[in-house]
Design a protein around this ligand. Structure first.
Ligand code: F6P
Length: 321
């Protein structure tokens, strides 16, 4: 292993910079050249890269976003462009590539591995935690904390003004972010894509909470949890009875900000292991920490597989409301 490339791909996630830093420093400490492709897979196609030295990754461990930028490359889905990427990797003599991203990025890495001799490893990074088997993804912990600090503020006004708030959180088609934000915020209800909602029951539940003396309720709506979104949920609830409702969409604020301690540590650990895996000649694996130890998980075990949320945790929300 003489030369490694690194790129960040898909939706950005806090902690990506910490991973880049660990990959660069570990490579250089092992006398391996390290280059960073800009804008995810787009950089591979356009041969747009930076040659890293130690200083270029100084002072980035605490920064959100990615110094390499990201993209969801539609060109890379086309074999014609993947062949250009392969040619560029070959011309640059890149022996190994670390892809920092989520499930879509792993699909890209799988497709690239089929046509390229460059060894590919993925580090899971997405605020959604929507990849099976890999455990916490880089950015997930920070996103929950960002959501929580916003929801805590909403709780202040909800209880003061006696109003029920619907707070929309991200997560794409996966309820993990909604569940953990729901527990952490002490929400009365969390609606996730994995569980079908019954509007009549939901309305009854909120009303009974208010009748019991609660001053304002928080309903967390995870992205995809009610297909038509927060305002349609509010109208559906209003049809079932008189509820004073407000809606807040947290949106992309959940993707920004300084990474939490957990995300910095996870990103650093996975970054170091990714370089070591490449040094050991491994390829087509995700480096992740589902439990206490770092594990190597085959691409095929993750892509197109359904991610399961923890329904016990989901039920904790209602059981403690
Ligand atoms: O995958 C991260 C994520 O923030 C999802 O939660 C959300 O569905 C999506 O990306 C939004 O993507 P974009 O910023 O490209 O619209």
């Amino acid at each position: 292993m003489k030369k490694i490339g690194v790129l960040t791909s898909g939706g950005d996630a806090p902690g990506m910079n910490a991973a880049i830093r660990a990959i660069v420093r570990t490579s250089l400490n092992n006398n391996i050249e390290i280059i960073g492709f800009r804008n995810g897979y787009e950089g591979l196609i356009d041969n747009d890269y930076v040659v890293f030295d130690r200083r270029l990754v100084g002072n980035i461990i605490q920064k959100g976003g990615s110094i390499l930028h990201t993209s969801r490359s539609s060109r890379f889905a086309n074999k014609k462009y993947r062949l250009i990427a392969e040619k560029n990797l070959r011309a640059l003599n890149v022996d190994g590539l670390v892809i920092i991203g989520g499930e879509g990025s792993t699909k890209g890495a799988t497709a690239l591995s089929k046509i390229s001799k460059t060894k590919c490893v993925v580090i899971p990074a997405t605020i959604d935690k929507d990849m099976p088997l890999v455990g916490p993804t880089i950015g997930f912990d920070t996103a929950i904390n960002s959501a929580l600090s916003a929801i805590d503020k909403i709780r202040d006004t909800a209880t003061t003004s006696n109003v029920t708030h619907i707070v929309e959180v991200m997560g794409r088609n996966c309820g993990w972010l909604g569940i953990l934000a729901g527990i952490g915020a002490g929400a009365e209800v969390t609606i996730i894509p994995e569980v079908k909602i019954d509007i009549a029951k939901l309305s009854k539940k909120i009303k009974s909470q208010l009748d019991r003396g609660k001053k304002g309720c928080i309903i967390i709506l995870a992205e995809g949890g009610f297909s038509k979104g927060g305002s349609s949920l509010a109208s559906a609830l209003k049809k079932k009875g008189d509820l004073d409702l407000r809606i807040t969409t947290l949106g992309h604020m959940q993707r920004g900000g300084n990474p939490s301690a957990l995300d910095r540590v996870l990103a650093t650990e996975l970054g170091v292991h990714a370089v070591n895996a490449l040094k050991n000649g491994l390829s087509k694996i995700i480096i992740a920490k589902p439990f206490d130890c770092v594990e190597k998980i085959g691409f095929d075990k993750v892509i197109n597989k359904k991610v399961k949320v923890d329904m016990y945790l989901h039920d904790l929300i209602e059981n403690t409301a």
